[in-house]
Ligand binder design. Structure first.
Ligand SMILES: [Mn+2]
Length: 355
């Protein structure tokens, strides 16, 4: 296991590489070229520049989150081959720069959905939260307005203003897409990119849909054990793998997280580990990473990762906003640093117990 932190680049992130370097046990960052639109080619120069910047701080790039997949690919549109070619070129350039992990998702229109970005908890911290009744009242086209006013002046991944201007168009693109079509389009995409992934040993790690069910009538497929195993089997290559995100799969309380981890042995290339606190099946909020602050048994999650021999990058996921920090909701420094320290502590204990 390799502890990492997500970093959006010096132009976008309130957290600096120097700060990340000082979190005990964190050696790598998960980063991206944040201003690249889905479908654009990442040049080798741009990747090299990012890599140099990270390495100058004493850290290294553990992987990319994300190289976004264009909607033409997800919907199987007439231009999909062009965008797949661009994606392949980006992977090739990443491979040449010695980067071997790419996180991506196959979620239609909205990457992730929350009803609140700043829900106040009893300790005075604020967190991202989801209430199904509130979501049911929102017109999808207005979703961006409600999210954007709470971003603390940052741009949140998947909620870029350029993208949200086209939200009506996007919904139209997905009109005829159901779960089966989405599976088919994902298979088509994976089969095309596997050769380049094999050539450069790039592990693709699909991020689950968050929350793990259909929102606004859009299809969602990366939501449970059955579907993810179907996806692994339909393109049976070790480079076709997953990002195991406990907070996303965990939104569905029927998902047994440690059991899912064990069933994905050898195919989990990246892990996001965080806790959620359920107030009801229709309402959850993001908690501190500590088991007792939320609804998950974080020890069992880390133990399952240990048991399957997981050796990829892991990162604390969203954190609470604490100590008056002003940052992108979920992506402040303080609570994620506490999360990393806690997860490192669990891991050390599990490791020593098993020796
Ligand atoms: Mn995640």
């Amino acid at each position: 296991m390799e502890m990492t932190l997500r970093w959006y680049g010096s132009k976008f992130d309130t957290v600096t590489l120097k700060q990340i370097r000082q979190i005990p046990g964190v050696k790598g960052v998960i980063t991206t070229l944040y201003d690249k639109a889905a479908g654009e080619v990442w040049s080798r120069d741009e990747i090299k520049k990012l890599k140099d910047e990270v390495e100058k701080s004493g850290l290294y790039i553990s992987g990319i989150e994300s190289v976004n997949v264009h909607d033409e690919i997800k919907t199987g549109g007439e231009n999909r081959d062009k965008y797949i070619d661009n994606y392949i070129e980006t992977l090739e350039n990443l491979g040449k720069e010695d980067i071997h992990l790419v996180c991506y998702n196959f979620m239609p229109v909205f990457d992730w959905t929350r009803s609140e970005l700043n829900r106040k908890r009893s300790d005075g911290s604020t967190v991202l939260a989801y209430n199904q009744d509130d979501i049911d009242k929102i017109v999808p086209e207005k979703m961006f307005e409600s999210i954007s006013k709470d971003m603390n002046g940052t741009v949140m991944p998947g909620w870029e203003p350029e993208r949200m201007e086209k939200v009506k168009e996007l919904f139209k693109m997905y009109e005829d897409i159901d779960d089966e079509k989405l599976f088919e389009n994902l298979k088509y995409f994976l089969e095309k990119i596997m050769p380049v992934c094999n050539k450069y040993d790039i592990k693709m790690a699909i991020h689950p849909d968050d929350p793990a069910w259909s929102v606004f009538g859009l299809p969602r497929i990366i939501i449970n054990k059955e579907n993810i195993l179907r996806m692994m089997n339909m393109v049976d290559d070790v480079h076709n793998g997953v990002t195991f995100c406990s907070g996303s799969y965990g939104t569905n309380r029927n998902n047994d997280l440690p059991d899912m981890i064990r069933s994905l042995k050898g195919r989990i290339h990246f892990a996001h580990v965080r806790n959620l606190k359920f107030n009801s099946d229709r309402d959850f909020e993001e908690a501190a990473h500590l088991s007792s602050d939320g609804s998950f048994d974080m020890y069992e999650i880390m133990k399952a990762l240990y048991d399957i021999g997981f050796d990829g990058p892991i990162r604390p996921d969203h954190g609470r906003m604490i100590w008056d920090e002003v940052a992108m909701p979920g992506y402040g420094l303080y609570d994620r640093a506490l999360g990393a320290a806690y997860l490192n502590g669990l891991w050390e204990a599990i490791e020593k117990q098993n020796k």
